[in-house]
Design a protein around this ligand. Structure first.
Ligand SMILES: [Zn+2]
Ligand SMILES: [Zn+2]
Length: 618
């Protein structure tokens, strides 16, 4: 069975030629290459149809034109690999005439033209015994869709798209999934800077960008930013000798040649600052303490919540309500009392970051939001401190080492954050509890390798982990000479306002609001109301306001027609878990011309607190 891959320019030419020649048949040559049963068609070359048997039902190529097409192909370093022709007002299947006149080993593309407009296109190949044609399959490129964008591809994790270059494949993809377009491209049609596109493991920015050609078997990955080499020399000096207790505790390290007494003394002399004692910080800090890293700093300001316990394994049920720093200190000290622990009960800001980071050898980024992520990155670059990076979303994770000498930084990968609201946070999107265990442990591994100066650190590599398929993939990262912070001519030389940079400063115009008490009163009075729940289906399963209709926020723009309309339609009250997503929904509805729309303040959690305590909170 053979296959064909048709480049976009060639397909466009065939379609235009077929429509222009209507009601007659058009024909032309196909130029390209044949390898392993796949015909790659990079160019279509129109030829004169010299048939004298009635050009509505026949085509014939003159021998001079045939030879000229072959010479043209050879001059382009390619071959004549087949012919195309049109079937006016007939399906794109070969006729008896086609069978009688075709040669084996060539591709025959037939374009159906109905009433003057180009329709379906198929490619055929004559069997060796010349008894019949067999249809060729169209060779497509597999495009891997990351979780946050699957809402726009009907939940598909991979989509096959047609085309000969990245640009053509993305055009085919966004042509079929229209809602995806605005997430990948700016209104001017440029690829957005928080979206990276890879062919196999290579960033297209280092190939030919959107003109990058694709061959059979290439896999394209779209890698958006997510909130949620060679051995590097160790920068850490060795500490004094180990005590008898330490020799016992670390004996399995000491007998490894890659660690040994010298390595263990390096660990003891080293310091790591964990940003956050949450999902990523928990396993990272536990393993760093257990491994004997001499000084651990932890920055956090939260208290332990019941909903943290499914992944934040530093904290126990008895710690609920306590500051995370207190329970982290207790737990880490019980794991290894030799480790010195410094806690910083504060949010990380542009004012305190440099002072906090300065005293540490390595920073471990366990944050869950974009402003802090860019802040951690920039502070690490400015201070030349390696950043053991990790991020998680639902069941996918990323890890890398940024800001190491000569290596790329987070901004080389993602120069700008996505607009607020485009990428859901873990609080909105959820996260598989064990996922941060894997990614946080990888971050700790990288920190330990950097301290020891052994192995191949994740510098210049982005590791992608999919827990559902249990697959790791790896993409190449390069330092971008034009990077605003680590590039050759940096424009960011001091920390900036990251809330503003990420566009998460509070909206200027608040949306109209109502309270749970007012909503209860209106329901009890029998007012006609449309209660719109914009959470995800899995949240709707846990608890809901009676009579509400579920349309997840991401689906709202294309499902507006499901909302009541007309002058006498009921008022609309929108809610989510706590009121954040529903405020965005109200803004979208107001922008779309809806009036009498209100946001439910405090969301369903407040409804449960004040109106219906029989339901479960999450
Ligand atoms: Zn035909
Ligand atoms: Zn950079």
């Amino acid at each position: 069975m053979s296959a064909f891959r048709l480049h976009g320019d060639a397909e466009r030419l065939i379609r235009e030629h077929g429509a222009a020649a209507y009601p007659f048949e058009c024909c032309g040559a196909l130029i390209g290459t044949q390898t392993d049963g796949t015909t790659e068609i990079s160019e279509a070359r129109p030829l004169d149809n010299i048939t004298d048997e009635g050009p509505r039902r026949r085509f014939r190529v003159g021998s001079n034109d045939y030879l000229a097409a072959e010479r043209h192909a050879a001059s382009a370093g390619a071959d004549l690999v087949g012919f195309y022709h049109s079937h006016p007002d007939h399906p794109a299947r070969p006729s008896q005439y086609d069978l009688d006149h075709a040669w084996p080993n060539l591709s025959y593309i037939i374009l159906a033209v109905a009433g003057g407009s180009a329709r379906e296109l198929h490619s055929w190949r004559l069997r060796e015994d010349r008894t019949a044609f067999e249809e060729e399959t169209r060779d497509m490129t597999r495009v891997l869709i990351p979780t946050p964008l699957r809402a726009y591809t009907e939940k598909q994790a991979a989509v096959d798209a047609a085309g000969g270059t990245i640009g053509e494949v993305l055009a085919d993809l966004t042509g079929r999934f229209g809602d995806l377009r605005q997430h990948l491209f700016t209104p001017e049609g440029r690829l957005r800077s928080f979206v990276n596109v890879y062919v196999n493991d290579e960033d297209i920015r280092y190939l030919q960008r959107e003109a990058t050609p694709l061959k059979s078997g290439d896999v394209v990955s779209i890698v958006p930013s997510v909130a949620g080499g060679s051995p590097a020399p160790s920068t850490v000096a060795a500490a004094n000798d180990l005590s008898a207790d330490e020799v016992k505790r670390y004996s399995r390290h000491l007998i490894m040649p890659e660690v040994g007494v010298d390595g263990q003394r390096r660990l003891k002399a080293a310091s790591v600052l964990c940003i956050g004692a949450g999902g990523l910080g928990s396993p990272a800090a536990l393993y760093l303490a257990a491994a004997g890293v001499g000084r651990l700093g932890i920055v956090d300001f939260d208290a332990v919540d019941f909903s943290n316990l499914h992944r934040q394994i530093l904290h126990g049920t008895q710690d609920v309500g306590r500051p995370k720093l207190q329970s982290a200190r207790d737990r880490l000290t019980s794991v290894n009392p030799e480790v010195h622990i410094d806690t910083y009960e504060t949010t990380l800001t542009s004012k305190n970051a440099l002072d906090l980071f300065r005293d540490y050898d390595i920073i471990l980024d366990g944050t869950d939001n974009f402003p802090t992520r860019y802040l951690v990155n920039d502070a690490c670059v400015l201070l030349k401190k390696p950043n053991a990076y990790g991020s998680i979303f639902r069941f996918e994770g990323q890890a890398s080492v940024f800001a190491a000498p000569g290596g790329p930084c987070y901004r080389c990968l993602y120069p700008e954050p996505p607009p607020p609201g485009l990428v859901p946070s873990c609080a909105e999107g959820g996260v598989l509890g064990v996922l941060p265990g894997v990614i946080g442990t990888i971050q700790a591994t990288e920190a330990i390798k950097l301290i020891l100066g052994v192995g191949e650190p994740l510098i210049g590599r982005l590791l992608l982990y999919d827990a559902f398929t249990m697959r790791f993939r790896e993409l190449k990262l390069r330092r971008d000479p034009a990077c605003p912070v680590c590039g050759d001519n940096p424009t960011v030389k001091a920390l900036i306002d990251y809330e503003q940079f990420c566009g998460v400063v509070p909206a200027a115009a608040p949306v109209p609001e109502t309270t749970v008490e007012a909503l209860k009163g209106r329901i009890d009075r029998g007012d006609r109301l449309f209660i719109l729940d914009v959470r995800e289906p899995s949240e709707f399963q846990i608890c809901r306001i009676p009579g509400s209709t579920l349309i997840p926020l991401g689906e709202l723009p294309r499902r507006l027609a499901e909302l009541p309309s007309g002058a006498d339609r009921p008022d609309i009250v929108v809610h989510c878990k706590m009121g954040g997503r529903s405020a965005k929904a109200v803004q979208q509805l107001v922008d779309a011309g809806f009036t009498r729309v209100e946001n439910l303040k405090g969301g369903i959690l407040e409804w449960i607190d004040k109106v219906d305590p029989s339901q479960s909170k999450y």
